[in-house]
Design a protein around this ligand. Sequence first.
Ligand SMILES: [Zn+2]
Length: 151
Amino acid sequence: MSDDAAAVLELPWGPAEDGLDQPYWDGLRAGELRLQRCTRCREWIWGPQWICGHCHTFDPGWEPVDPVGTVYSWSRSHYPFITELAERVPYVTVLVALPNAGNRRVLGILTGEDTDRVRIGDPVTGHIELDEGATWPLLRWRRGAARGEQV
Ligand SMILES: [Zn+2]
C-alpha cells in the first residue's frame, strides 16, 4: 500500500455518528478504557445507552476502568469479516468480563504469541493500540494479568 492510500484509508471503527459512544473513543485516545456508570445508582452500563436501564436516569456518566479481566467467551475466525483483518486470520475474538466494572463484558481481538491456548476464565490485560493509518485506537487483549494486578 502506498503512503497516499494509507493516508485516506478509512478503517471501520471509531465513534458512531450519534455521539453516544464518543467518550469511549476519546478515552482510548487518552490512553484509558472508559465505560458508562450511572451517576445516580452507580450501575455499570455496557454497551453505551442514553438512559440507565436500572434507575432511568438520562445521560449516564463515564468512568475509567482498569483494562484487566477474564475471558468469558471466545471465537476463532478463519474468514476476515472485516477486510482490514485479512492479514490477521485466523484471529481470536474474546468477550472479556471486567470485575472492576460490575463484570460488564467488552469485545476485542486477542493478540500475542499464545492465542491458540486461550481458555474461558483466562486472565487478560487490555492494551490500547493505534494501527498505522488509523484515526482511532483499539483496545486489544493479551493473555495474562498485568504485573502486580489481581484478576
Ligand atoms: Zn442508574
